[in-house]
Design a protein around this ligand. Sequence first.
Ligand code: PEP
Length: 256
Amino acid sequence: MDKKNRNALIAGNWKMNMLASQVPAYWQGLEPGAKLGEGVSSALCVPFPLIPAVKAALAGSQVKVGAQDVSSHDKGAYTGEVSAAMLADLGVDYCIIGHSERRAYHAESDELVNEKLKALLGAGITPIMCCGESLEQRDAGVTLSFVESQIKGGLAGISAEDMKKVVIAYEPIWAIGTGRTATAEQAQEVCGYIRGVLAGLYGQELAKGVQVLYGGSMNGKNAAELLAQPDIDGGLIGGASLKPEFADIIGAANEG
Ligand code: PEP
């Protein structure tokens, strides 16, 4: 299986933006361009309280709804937490885990990301597991070894069968929300390396089937070049997913 046989995924990450009351107008602006070509999937990963409104707006569209985090616990005395079963019950299909903002502001470790990943798989939700280096790590030349450790930590104990249901997103921290996109070569180098790490863990054939996304200031202008790279199967998009421009990225995937 090569890139031609892997589906593309264009996933938006709204972060802590938008109100439920703004969703209908947002969708009116996006919908005309949000037509998915063959082999292209898309999802909007939105704040928990907005899930029902987004789900309602997207009814009849092929664009799916995702969340941005999940509890590692099943249920019980975990005030403020949201379980994978609760997300599944709302019809959530995807969930981001291990985003660098959660690692930075909520001290999320690879071990916790691994527990969250298992919770999502148990509930039938596709995890989008993020990894990526800081600028200091890139400058120190440890990008590949650091990303490898995140991948191996996050996937600890995950069977080959379950790995087929996991999406990986490479997001260099220095490119997130900064307008400074990784060059297509930089993004391809790390995404290709990630596929190699997956091949070491699960074998070539399985690794060739895993969707590896790039995230970090992807927009309507740079998407086509990034998505043309052999190991980049889609994007995780923050800022641009809040605007009708998100449809241009879907369009670039449709043409890829
Ligand atoms: C993100 O938050 O996952 C992201 C990639 O953000 P942005 O596109 O704004 O850089």
